[in-house]
Design a protein around this ligand. Sequence first.
Ligand SMILES: NC(=O)c1ccc[n+]([C@@H]2O[C@H](COP(=O)([O-])OP(=O)(O)OC[C@H]3O[C@@H](n4cnc5c(N)ncnc54)[C@H](O)[C@@H]3O)[C@@H](O)[C@H]2O)c1
Ligand SMILES: O=P(O)(O)OC[C@H](O)CO
Length: 323
Amino acid sequence: MKAGVIGAGAWGTALAQTLSAGGDDVRLWAFEPDVVDAINRDRVNPLYLPEVPLNPSLRASGDMADMADRDMLLIVCPAQHLRGIVGSAPAGIPLILCSKGIEAGTGLLMSEVAEQAQSASPIAVLSGPTFAHEVARGLPTAITLACADAELAARIAARIARPAFRPYISDDVVGAEIGGAVKNVLAIACGVADGAGLGLNARAALISRGFAEMTRFGLARGARAETLGGLSGLGDLVLTCSSTNSRNFSLGKGLGEGRSAAELLTNRRTVAEGAFTAPVLREAARSVGVDMPVVEAVCALLEEAAPLVQVIDALLTRPLRPE
Ligand SMILES: NC(=O)c1ccc[n+]([C@@H]2O[C@H](COP(=O)([O-])OP(=O)(O)OC[C@H]3O[C@@H](n4cnc5c(N)ncnc54)[C@H](O)[C@@H]3O)[C@@H](O)[C@H]2O)c1
Ligand SMILES: O=P(O)(O)OC[C@H](O)CO
């Protein structure tokens, strides 16, 4: 297998590390020249995954032309950069999209953006409960691999599976993408509850009611309920809503502690995708008539449109209704 991984943040580096573990020829494209140099010279990614010594067979490059001889490309950039990155990637090679988000301005899912940017390349989506630092350390992980082409999905799954890295195949691309995008926004909400000291009952309520929002929106966009209830939906929601290892949860925790969104988001190096997805998701939900009160609350906090106590109060005083 000659895999290319495009994007050397924490997740791209962890995936490249996993795929190269058996000595396989894996090439990792990095945006920052310093990251390319450090990986090739010191076998470490000092900016995004500093604690993990990288496999000797893993080579980094800053030149997209070095990806032209790969037989699959994993796209692992922040969602808002995916259009530009995919557009500059070599054509005709299967693309496995690993970014979680919805594009601002268009409201498109990552597969829809990739189809516009690179119409000649087959597309799959890889999404699920996967903290990068755990995957990079070889801890057991299961993930959804979604692709409309069942034969291609089986081929990719066989090539990326490792003893502790188990892809489960699905043909529900939209469902896998919606789970990954929406859970990031809901993780911000759970972080807010944690930061504000609202307790674990509140967290469980947010996860459950958030999942109801994810399901309503997903079904309206053509996702299947069993996908939303699987690894890429509920599985990732539970993971991301439960730990300060999540950048989205941590962002919410800061908001819940009373810090401003501007302070928390300015000059940050790592990506908290939920902050970008939240306003786009709110518009997308409104446009299909889906009620997403938790998502609306997160938007109000990110936009500093209302004080924290007022946002919490608005959720708690909604009319009582059947579950
Ligand atoms: N970290 C995880 O545990 C994890 C797990 C699953 C999925 N993801 C998803 O993977 C995607 C990438 O996240 P990450 O955690 O690897 O990123 P990260 O936060 O670790 O790193 C930021 C990334 O953004 C890139 N970047 C910054 N400016 C850029 C620009 N102008 N153009 C292109 N790239 C630029 C950096 O090179 C780096 O790769 C996100 O959509 C995230 O939701 C992350
Ligand atoms: O750190 P987060 O919040 O971006 O979450 C990372 C992964 O998406 C977890 O599956």
